[in-house]
Design a protein around this ligand. Sequence first.
Ligand SMILES: C[S@@+](CC[C@H](N)C(=O)[O-])C[C@H]1O[C@@H](n2cnc3c(N)ncnc32)[C@H](O)[C@@H]1O
Length: 285
Amino acid sequence: MTVVFQKAIARLWEWRNSKDVSELGRIDSIAPILECNRRSLKRVGRWIEDGVYNSAVFGYGIPDRIKHLIDKEVGDDITCSDLLLYFSQLLEENLSYLELGVSVGKNFWQVLNFHTHSNLTGFDIELINPVLQGFLTKVGSVEWETMGGSAKKGISSLTAYRYEANQNTVSYLSGDILDENSWKRLWGQKFNLVFSDALHDPEALLFEWKMIEKYRLLNDNEFVIAWDDLGGLMTISFIRIFAEIRKRYRLQRRNGFLTHCRGWLGVNEPEHAIGIIVNVPHSYC
Ligand SMILES: C[S@@+](CC[C@H](N)C(=O)[O-])C[C@H]1O[C@@H](n2cnc3c(N)ncnc32)[C@H](O)[C@@H]1O
């Protein structure tokens, strides 16, 4: 199938399966989420020190041209973090969260402060941002060799922390998302909320999904998965993953959709295309 044809299919699918955020039933319940998230963000004045940014693998995914926007107020429009937390409230079991691509921790920090008695795992090629780490109490760490050819030159690691304020446990996996050895470390965990926001590449999305499947990382009873920054061939990967999930979990077409909302920079950049798959015990809209 040619790229042009695939992009046309993606656009058609988006057109048929797009949801307006404001239509996502009981949207009133999003107000307390917005308040909590803006409060959390206000607690961090500066997200990244220059020395940390300059020694990073991919500059924490923050291109130079937008670096000055990372600390700016995100505004009152619904962001991807707000949306993610809106869907997290549909889960019945305690939150077990996996974020692929944590960067400086802006979204991770909002999830960490919204939920209590939860497990949160962040996975990024970068070392944990010292700003985020400063709020956590370290418990222990394991290290292993990173696969040859990775953009990550040092060792990979998995570090356990506690976030005392909300009685949450946190794990930070510093490794390459394309390195299966990293995924092996997550074996035995069952996540009910997954946010894919690491390598924005169609093949990388399929590889992530393959790893999630192989290491049985989803809570089969209930889960929500969200992908940031879809569009074009990324949407094709999303459609393929949704087709597999839909068959396996006997979901309806409406359980997977695209929407648009503000991203991690809020009103300071255009809206992002977000793909969401919802498998929760009760109807959600
Ligand atoms: C857009 S940022 C994540 C933003 C974050 N989710 C938020 O909303 O606050 C993308 C992140 O993916 C990470 N990343 C890119 N390629 C990766 C790879 N191969 N393995 C692991 N992480 C990767 C980058 O280091 C960067 O921190």
